[in-house]
Design a protein around this ligand. Structure first.
Ligand code: SAM
Length: 218
């Protein structure tokens, strides 16, 4: 499946490009055998965008999503339905070899604290508790939110605070890679091994969505 421009698509769309390429990188470039892995998918939906592709590669998988009807469509996995922060409590911070965070690309509702979260920002804090010695994490980077995104929105405010930037509408993907390396090394004292960014989707000719894939080692 080729990289698609979401502005030109109608009807059912195959949005699997980013995950297909990410899985190839892990297996063919990093030479990692995924067949024995236990994976966690934090926002599995009905699996069609990416979760089903991961399921094909690993030995076992736990899939979380707030929507039980979507989740019911994914077969052969452990399903945990509810707000993601409750799901993490429910699975009692079991340990995983692969963590996929396919968060809504927006502000989204949760049961905790002030009732909302932005992208994957708050979830990164939970990652160190979710693996033993090493793990691969895949999540999305949004460098150029499309549509009616403005700097005075709550989402923009969260992006500026998280990344420590003055404007958040157009970010450089290489800066974000560096940001994540520093985040784990400085804040969690966790070593980042391989790290690769894969274009995931375009909007009006601009790549706005990327997968960042990285290896973490304690
Ligand atoms: C980008 S989609 C996931 C697509 C999915 N990974 C796939 O392969 O098709 C984001 C998902 O986040 C879920 N979601 C939204 N808020 C949530 C929350 N508070 N807790 C858990 N899941 C949530 C939505 O139901 C939606 O399925």
């Amino acid at each position: 499946m080729a990289l698609i421009d979401i502005s030109e698509q109608k009807g059912d769309i195959d949005r699997s490009h980013g995950i297909v390429e990410s899985l190839k990188i892990i297996k063919d470039q990093w030479k990692i055998d995924m067949s024995e892995m236990n994976a966690l998918d934090m926002f599995a939906g009905d699996g069609t965008w990416c979760t089903n592709n991961i399921k094909e590669e690993v030995a076992s998988m736990t899939c979380c999503d707030i929507d039980p009807n979507k989740l019911a469509k994914i077969e052969g996995v452990k399903r945990v339905s509810g707000d993601i922060f409750d799901c993490l409590d429910h699975i009692n911070f079991q340990k995983f070899d692969l963590i996929h965070i396919d968060n809504p690309s927006s502000i989204w509702k949760t049961n905790v604290d002030d009732g909302y979260a932005a992208e994957y920002f708050r979830l990164l804090n939970y990652v160190p508790r979710l693996f033993e010695e090493k793990c691969i994490v895949i999540h999305n980077l949004n460098t150029a939110p499309y549509g009616e995104y403005t700097e005075d929105s709550l989402w923009a405010q969260e992006r500026r605070e998280f990344y420590g930037v003055e404007q958040s509408g157009l970010l450089n993907v290489n800066d974000l890679v560096e940001f994540h390396k520093q985040y784990y090394a400085n804040f969690h004292k966790i070593e980042v091994g391989n790290i690769t960014v894969v274009p995931r989707e375009m909007y009006e000719g601009i790549i706005y969505w990327w997968n960042i894939i990285y290896e973490l080692k304690k």
